[in-house]
Design a protein around this ligand. Structure first.
Ligand code: PGA
Length: 241
């Protein structure tokens, strides 16, 4: 049995006052799955303190592949571990597209996360052009193979399949396309029966339950709809089995 996950990716959103959404959500949650909030670096320490004993994990949205040194502006995996962070998103499509992250860099970051004792949430996904030219599965398979290091196992790694064209657009692949992609991903990941594979891209309260019930979908990585309790509580509750 793979426990389902509702993971929120706040991206570059949220100030101190936003954290009250998380504590409120903790009082309303009914799902028996796992809940993770990946908040900006500035809120991590407070989020960790606030969510102790609430059944919520706190994650970062990136980490450097080195542990320390002359890398101005960067944050390392051991630094995240030090303040009680448990998860880190790596290789989100925004980082791949806007900040030049390759799958090779993502794999190095994942090794650093594993070495530090963090759970890596490794993101993959095709562009619209790649989907329309029939290459979605081959592109994602190549990303998976190059982004997941040998250190990955079902305990220290979660995969998030996020079609680039579905992120923040309100567009979602058909259930059949999600099912085919997740089946393909599961067939090539290490410890495939046990590693969780999330779907991400325009998950909302209105579609979460349906998407989470597709075979091989173990929950969601949610951007916009994770910021407000009213939107995210039904998504958390859709992890209930
Ligand atoms: P979205 O973003 O839910 O706003 O589409 C998902 C993500 O980028 O992780």
């Amino acid at each position: 049995m793979r426990n389902k996950i509702a993971a929120g990716n706040w991206k570059m959103n949220g100030i101190e006052a936003s954290l009250s959404e998380i504590t409120f959500m903790a009082t309303q949650m009914e799902g028996n799955g796992e809940v993770i909030f990946c908040v900006p670096y500035t809120l991590l320490s407070q989020a960790v303190e606030m969510t102790k004993n609430l059944g919520i994990s706190i994650g970062a949205q990136n980490a450097h592949f080195e542990t320390l040194g002359a890398f101005t502006g960067e944050i390392s995996a051991p630094m995240l571990k030090d303040i009680g962070v448990t998860h880190v998103i790596l290789g989100h499509s925004e980082r791949r597209a806007l900040f030049g992250e390759t799958s090779e860099i993502v794999a190095r970051k994942a090794i650093a996360a594993h070495d530090a004792g963090l759970i890596a949430i490794i993101c993959v996904g095709e562009t619209l052009e790649e989907r329309e030219s029939g290459q979605a599965i081959s592109v994602v398979s190549a990303q998976i193979n190059a982004s997941i290091p040998k250190s990955a196992n079902a305990q220290n790694t979660i995969i998030a399949y996020e079609p680039v064209w579905a992120i923040g657009t309100g567009k979602v692949p058909t259930n059949d396309d999600i099912a085919k992609m997740h089946e393909s991903i599961r067939s090539i990941i290490p410890q495939g029966d046990h590693m969780r594979v999330l779907y991400g891209g325009s998950v909302k309260a209105s579609n979460a339950r349906e998407i989470f019930s597709i075979p091989n979908v173990d929950g969601g990585l949610v951007g916009g709809a994770s910021l407000k309790a009213d939107d995210f509580i039904p998504i958390i509750n859709a992890t209930k089995t």
